[in-house]
Ligand binder design. Structure first.
Ligand code: MG
Ligand code: ZN
Length: 247
């Protein structure tokens, strides 16, 4: 039986070459984008995006406009090639994909469908969202603010702990993966990679929050996995090609 490998993808600035939450307002309502920047330290981010979506809807913003903005968001063709080739190449390993994102289910699925990647992921773990019949995109935190909260000590946002979500996914799938490769860029990708083994690898995008946390806290927090750095998606494509066979 071929070894099993899991590729975990953060979405914004990792799989995609932009940040979905910010992009749609930059395209459709720059004044709301400014307001989000001003309020981001006062209001939890998912709640702030939900509030901004309500304001956009209130001034006549449509579902079509949101979907069109998502489809023109930067997304590198090398990323499409890289993940498609890795999934198809079963000679070295049997590869599954998991998405762990603080964006939301509508933003992610709209973009994946546009790139013909809608069947890539086994699971997409993110904040739930849906368009109401009146066109409002209703967004909620993955962890309901009125229910029990996650217990993360590493600094994940209240809406979701990516580390706990990775553990829960592995639990659901019988911890059957011989290697995990995590592709991420942000400070909130630090928690899940702390749970990875020395045989696992993080593909860390350079010059962003994750790189800083690896440098500043990696040693003291006991980071065990290997780290490989990249800047453009074309490099991720090559890093997938160059993955060594699983021992
Ligand atoms: Mg990100
Ligand atoms: Zn966490």
């Amino acid at each position: 039986m071929a070894p099993k490998q899991l590729i975990v993808f953060d979405f914004d600035w990792s799989m995609a070459d932009q940040d979905t939450d910010r992009w749609i307002f930059e395209v459709l309502a720059p004044d709301l984008r400014r307001k989000m920047k001003d309020l981001k330290d006062e209001i939890q981010w998912t709640d702030l995006v939900a509030q901004s979506l309500r304001e956009l809807h209130g001034r006549g913003g449509t579902r079509q406009q949101i979907e069109d903005a998502l489809r023109i968001m930067p997304f590198h063709p090398a990323m499409v090639r890289g993940v498609t080739a890795l999934k198809a190449n079963t000679s070295k390993a049997d590869t599954s994909f998991l998405c762990l994102s603080n964006s939301n289910s509508v933003f992610i699925s709209t973009i994946l469908e546009d790139k013909n990647l809608q069947t890539l992921f086994t699971e997409i773990v993110t904040n739930p969202a849906e368009f109401q019949s009146d066109g409002l995109l209703k967004l909620r935190r993955r962890v309901d603010p009125d229910g029990p909260q996650h217990s993360c000590q590493i600094g994940c946002s209240p809406n979701m702990c990516k580390g706990e979500e990775l553990d829960a996914f592995l639990e659901r799938h019988g911890k059957a993966f011989d290697r995990i490769v995590y592709v991420g860029d942000g400070g909130n990708d630090f928690c899940p990679i702390l749970r990875m083994r020395s045989t696992d690898i993080v593909f860390c995008r350079n010059f962003r929050g994750l790189q800083k946390r690896i440098e500043q806290e990696g040693k003291s927090k006991g980071l065990k996995c290997q780290v490989q750095y990249w800047l453009g998606a074309w490099e991720v494509e090559q890093m997938f090609e160059n993955l060594t066979p699983i021992a």
